[in-house]
Design a protein around this ligand. Structure first.
Ligand code: PLP
Length: 434
């Protein structure tokens, strides 16, 4: 495969954009690659780069594209309004349509405010929780990523983990003092903390997917719900990834646990920029202009994004079998990867839920939190990633992210993926044998 055009673009970008990319993981730095691929287009389960190489895609824009690239139903709806105009800074019908669908489907949401990104949604939800409780401190879990607002960039996952650190520079001591962190799953410590300190909110990815995927224990989430209720602490489920992915109604429907506030993003924009936070009416009515918790945005609830999100969610709602099929396809891959690992003597622990999975290259029975996930062998991951890419499969360029499946990944794509995975595992096995 030739990567000349991508390499040239990267060289040019390096002089213009910090690190040549607009989001750090895209630089492919941790997988020892000369340059990332620059994508020209996508269709179904595939993307094509500027050198016209074709790849089966397991990033799927990091989650939004559960229907695959350019799904005809989404494109058809977007086309209907794209020539009308792009953004008005005034309300449109499409925002109301999307809000109605979200309120109908997500169990805990009675009212919802649309934003432009997931980062904005979590930032605003935390602000709202502070205003509602009159408390300052918040609790998050090590390795969970909730976007890049100051308060949430502490012991963070995703790109920070990939680049080998967890706390961003440029955050004041005051902010750091107010964000407390604990290990994911450690209910005893949560209980101890919440009973002894006034905490505004606990924010959690109900299925953490930013330290690699963690298979959440339902009892942990039930425990969080019980303790937060008893201590009048707001429980925020950050469902930016899990929303409309783990189940139509997200992780809260899947686990049958109702948080006070929920943050959404990704799928609700169908591939266009969007986010949302919502929850109990009583809390949401503190948001301006009803109350005095300020949130605003020039592009908040952008009509094109709202229309694409509406089309995506409507399709999911009308085809409820999708979730079962996605899980079956994921299991098919995971079962076969386990066989490959055994065949070539490669240590792995594979975590999977619904249409998400992570292959941790680690000699552990279970990866349950950040401490476990940090034990993974990133050198083996790098061999895996590069073998996949050089043979037409794009997987996340980091050990600490999840693979995403879409409905466009058919048996044909999965079998081709397994063929290349076999090459990768063989290489890793041979290296280990040396
Ligand atoms: N929350 C979670 C769980 C995420 O995975 C992400 C991004 O990946 C965010 C929040 C931030 O969303 P965005 O990238 O749209 O700002």
């Amino acid at each position: 495969m030739v990567f000349k055009n991508s390499i040239d673009l990267y060289k040019k970008a390096l002089n213009l954009i910090p690190g040549g990319v607009n989001s750090p993981v895209r630089a492919f730095k941790s997988v020892n690659r000369e340059a990332p691929i620059f994508v020209k287009k996508g269709q179904g389960a595939k993307i094509y780069d500027e050198d016209n190489n074709e790849y089966i895609d397991y990033i799927c824009s990091w989650g939004p594209l559960i229907l695959g690239h350019n799904h005809p139903k989404v494109i058809e709806e977007v086309k209907k309004i794209i020539e009308n105009g792009s953004s008005y800074g005034l309300p449109t019908k499409y925002e109301v349509d999307l809000a109605e669908l979200i309120v109908e489907i997500v169990p805990s949401i009675e009212k919802v405010r649309l934003t432009t990104s997931g980062t904005e949604a979590t930032m605003s939800a935390v602000r709202l929780a502070r205003a509602y409780t009159g408390r300052n401190k918040i609790l998050k879990f090590e390795g969970c990523y909730h976007g890049h607002s100051d308060a949430l960039l502490v012991k963070s996952g995703s790109g920070l983990l990939t680049d080998g650190y967890q706390d961003s520079n440029g955050i004041t001591d005051g902010v750091l003092k107010d964000t407390l962190t604990l290990g994911f799953g450690d209910l005893e410590k949560v209980e101890n903390l919440l009973r002894n300190e006034e905490i505004a909110c606990v924010i959690v990815e109900p299925i953490p997917a930013n330290m690699g995927l963690i298979e959440t224990n339902k009892e942990f989430l039930q425990g969080l719900r019980r303790i937060t209720e008893e201590t009048k602490t707001i429980l925020i489920f950050d469902e930016v990834i899990s929303g409309f992915r783990l189940a139509l109604g997200g992780a809260q429907e899947f686990f049958g646990i109702t948080p006070d506030l929920t943050t959404l993003g990704k799928i609700i924009g169908g591939g266009y920029p969007v986010g949302a936070f919502g929850g109990k009416r009583e809390i949401m009515d503190l948001v301006a202009p009803v109350g005095r918790v300020y949130h605003a945005g020039t592009l908040s609830g952008n009509p094109i994004a709202s229309k694409a999100g509406f089309a995506t969610i409507s399709y999911l709602k009308e085809n409820p079998n999708i979730y079962k099929e996605l899980a079956e396809n994921t299991n098919y891959l995971v079962d076969n990867v386990e066989k490959l690992a055994e065949k070539y003597g490669v240590d792995v622990c594979i975590n999977s839920m619904g249409s998400l999975f992570t292959i941790f290259f680690v000699d552990l029975e279970k990866v349950e939190n950040l401490e476990d996930s940090l034990k993974a062998n990133t050198e083996n991951f790098s061999i895996y990633f590069n073998t996949m890419l050089d043979n037409g499969i794009v997987v996340p360029p980091s050990q600490f992210e999840a693979h995403f499946l879409s409905i466009a990944h058919t048996k044909k794509e999965l079998d081709k993926t397994l063929e290349v995975m076999e090459m990768a595992f063989k290489k890793i096995g041979e290296k280990n044998a040396k």
